[in-house]
Design a protein around this ligand. Sequence first.
Ligand code: 5RP
Length: 233
Amino acid sequence: MTQDELKRQAAARAVELVRPGMRLGLGTGSTAKLFVDLLGERVAAGLDVICVATSEATQAQALSLSIPMSTLDETPELDLTVDGADELDSQLRLIKGGGAALLREKIVAAASKRMVVIADESKLVKCLGRFPLPIEVVPFGLEATRRAVLAATASAGASGDLVLRRKADGSVLLTDGGHYILDAHLGEIAEPEALATALVAVPGVVEHGLFLGLAKAAILAAGTGLTVLGSLD
Ligand code: 5RP
């Protein structure tokens, strides 16, 4: 089975969690995109839901499928958010932001009663950190912020290079919020909670890609079938 087929299986299981009248958060990335496609099919068949997107890309996709969209200002409490992840561990701690949407993804997940992660099994790791940790920073004072982030990561026992994320054409990537992303190549993150605490204390850091205590469950697809971590109830 291809990775895309695995992702689609996880997305299809997550769509089964959607009930009429639900307020949904829609994630970002290739796996979340498959979920939105499948949700669009159910909406076209008459399902009544209202959704909030975690990125401009997801917003555009959902609108193209005529999925009813709202904002967190109009709909500040959500029932369920379904999103992908770049990495997760067995405690449902995540690294997100490979698609540069970490800030809105975290705000939407935090506004949801339940966040369910969908992924293929390759995303499950023993220890977070193989995937570079995205850290969203304001453009003002970039070099000073970069140095402070380096000190913060070192203080949490997780040192490594910080790379300013660029687009394929070489220009600096701007997030939907108009910020930059520093990708932290830290290797194994032994203490994600300590690192998260150190990062949020740095002025200029808007958000980081460690999602701790947010996901209630993960649906992981492998060639042998689906595995669920946590509870889907
Ligand atoms: C976007 C994200 C994505 O959820 C993450 O990058 C996973 O994407 P994909 O499903 O394409 O592997 O955090 O900011």
